[in-house]
Structure formats: C-alpha cells, structure tokens
Design a binder for this molecule. Structure first.
Ligand SMILES: [Zn+2]
Length: 154
C-alpha cells in the first residue's frame, strides 16, 4: 500500500495510505492559495503528470468545456475521463455546480486580467453520494482556461 500523503504546508491529510508511512505533498487549498503549485505551467503538463497529483484536477474553458480530468478526480467523482472530457462541466457533468456558490466563483476569475485565484467549499452531488470538498480555482494568466483543484474534506 502506498504511504499516506500529508500536506507539507498545513499538515492536512491529503491521501490515506498505509499506517506509519507518510510522504509529503500539497493539499488543494494550499496549492491554490500559495501559488506553490505551478498553475502557470499546467498547459504543458502531460496527463501522466496530472495523474500523479494527490488531489482532483479539472481544467475547463471559459465556456465550461472540460479539457482535462485527472485520475484523482476520477476516483473522487466515480466518473471516467473518457465520459467527461469535451463536455460541459456546469451544464452536463455536474449541474449541481451551476449556482453562484460554484460557477459564480469560477466566473469571477474571468473578470481579472491576470492569474486570478479563489478558494471555496462546496458540497458535490456525485453519482455515489454527497461529498464536501474544498475547491481551489485559478485562471491561466491571460488565458481562457481555468484549473479547478478538488479535495474531499474529511
Ligand atoms: Zn495544505
């Protein structure tokens, strides 16, 4: 079994693993707020790189089309990326997010000229049930793509 992963910044448990074995990573909130996570380079990240992140990651266009969906998000949501990439996140995949508390927060990113970031809590209506998550969202500087980092709240 893989070691547990603990956020090196805030100490929060990022991923459960074998007892006693701990490695350090970064939680979605710290990644979004600190700028430690290289959101600016995500456009160049390969799917394999995104799959190694210890939290869910979704890349969406300004219109909400899903461009990337990593392995952790597949596990969290119970959805396969082949079923979601190319479809609209807010309208087709997760209509529970088409509210001010989620889509409205993400929409604020488009109003800033460069590198907007926001963090908020949200209750996702996943196929397998409700999950309280922390969302850290960031817009690519000057771009029309936003990255949503998703972490279940224990
Ligand atoms: Zn943290």
């Amino acid at each position: 079994m893989a070691p547990s992963v603990v956020c090196a910044w805030c100490g929060r448990r990022v991923r459960e693993g074998s007892p006693g074995a701990v490695s350090h990573g970064i939680c979605a909130s710290c990644a979004g707020e600190s700028g430690q996570f290289p959101v600016e380079s995500l456009g160049a990240a390969t799917p394999a790189m995104l799959d190694r992140l210890p939290f869910g990651l979704i890349r969406v266009s300004r219109e909400g089309t899903i461009l990337a969906y990593n392995a952790a998000e597949e596990t969290l949501s119970g959805r396969r990326r082949a079923d979601v990439v190319g479809r609209n996140f807010f309208r087709e995949i997760a209509p529970c997010t088409a509210v001010a508390a989620f889509e409205g927060e993400v929409a604020k990113l488009w109003g800033s000229d460069s590198g907007g970031r926001t963090t908020f809590a949200f209750v996702f209506e996943f196929p397998g049930g409700r999950v309280l998550v922390t969302i850290a969202a960031a817009r690519d500087p000057g771009g029309d793509v936003a990255t949503l980092l998703v972490q279940a709240t224990p």
